[in-house]
Design a protein around this ligand. Structure first.
Ligand code: PAF
Length: 282
């Protein structure tokens, strides 16, 4: 059986009132649909720690940098509902664009600092769109816990900052990135790779993990990253927008003794791929 699809906010709110009146906890998994095993792992995590699970499906126009990317984003609502049914999802909330952003909607949430480098430089406005819609989704679902994948590392740090700064009563639960057998991080955008591109895509996590291993072994960071970027270009994964070592929390320059992350964004077949990995600095 498919997960029940709820569209009007009033209908979701009635369910939430009922659940809260019985003291039940609510977990939310915010998504843009085209669900894959990565999303399902978030749903399973929510299922084990919350009484009720809401998955939201909203392809948020405000976080896309081009109308073409927005138009091409895969939309598979009924297949998504079918995948979620057996996992015991209580509601697949699919709000209308007009209910999320009614005419006259004028509030934008903007988080500074953590959003500025990397994705922030290459996708201007993207994180304002994410912060605004995540705030709306938290307000609409009134969740006690929200589950986010570590694949979108910078997004995860933005959400943590947002919740802390605005004192939102929701616990953010990070969940590990899920990878295909060849190491490629699962993403709804992978569907747009050609079969040939898909087989070449494994070079991205390979170069990323290899660079992390070398840095951990004490090889010079700059030379290692330059060589890794050249490897990606040679594999046809080009352009490489960034391949950078950053502080894991603040996304500023890395510092010894703090959690560090190596992050990459690069293009293949007209598809933008992102990935990241933890690095233990020597
Ligand atoms: O990670 C995503 O799918 C989106 O950025 C999110 C968090 C659902 C907001 O639209």
């Amino acid at each position: 059986m498919s997960a029940p699809i709820i569209r009007p906010l009033a209908e979701l709110r009635a369910l939430i009132r009922d659940w809260k009146s019985r003291g039940e906890t609510i977990g939310v998994v915010p998504t843009m649909g085209a669900l894959h095993e990565g999303h399902l792992s978030l749903v399973r995590a929510a299922r084990t720690s919350c009484d009720r699970v809401i998955v939201t499906l909203f392809v948020n126009p405000r976080q896309f940098n081009s109308s073409e990317d927005f138009a091409k984003y895969p939309r598979t609502e009924h297949a998504d509902a079918a995948l979620l049914g057996p996992l015991g999802v209580d509601a697949l909330f699919v709000p209308d664009g007009d209910e999320v952003y009614p005419p006259g909607h004028a509030t934008v949430i903007s988080v500074s600092g953590v959003t500025e480098p990397l994705e922030g430089q290459h996708r201007p406005g993207h994180f304002d769109g994410v912060a605004t819609v995540v705030t709306l989704l938290f307000n609409m679902t009134q969740a006690d816990r929200a589950f986010f994948g570590e694949k979108d590392w910078q997004q995860l740090q933005l959400v943590r900052r947002l919740v802390q700064d605005l004192k939102m009563p929701v616990e953010i639960v990070p969940c590990p990135c899920v990878r295909d057998e060849d190491g490629l991080a699962l993403s709804s955008r992978n569907q747009r790779l050609s079969p040939e591109g898909r087989s070449r895509a494994a070079a991205l996590p390979r170069a990323l993990f290899e660079a992390a291993r070398k840095i951990e072994a004490g090889e010079p960071v700059e030379a290692t990253l330059t060589a890794a970027a050249a490897e990606l270009e040679a594999a046809g994964i080009t352009p490489v927008e960034y391949l950078e070592l950053r502080d894991g929390d603040t996304l500023e320059a890395p510092q010894a003794g703090r959690a560090t992350r190596l992050l990459v964004a690069a293009w293949l077949d007209g598809v933008r791929l992102i990935d990241n990995v933890a690095v233990n600095l020597p």
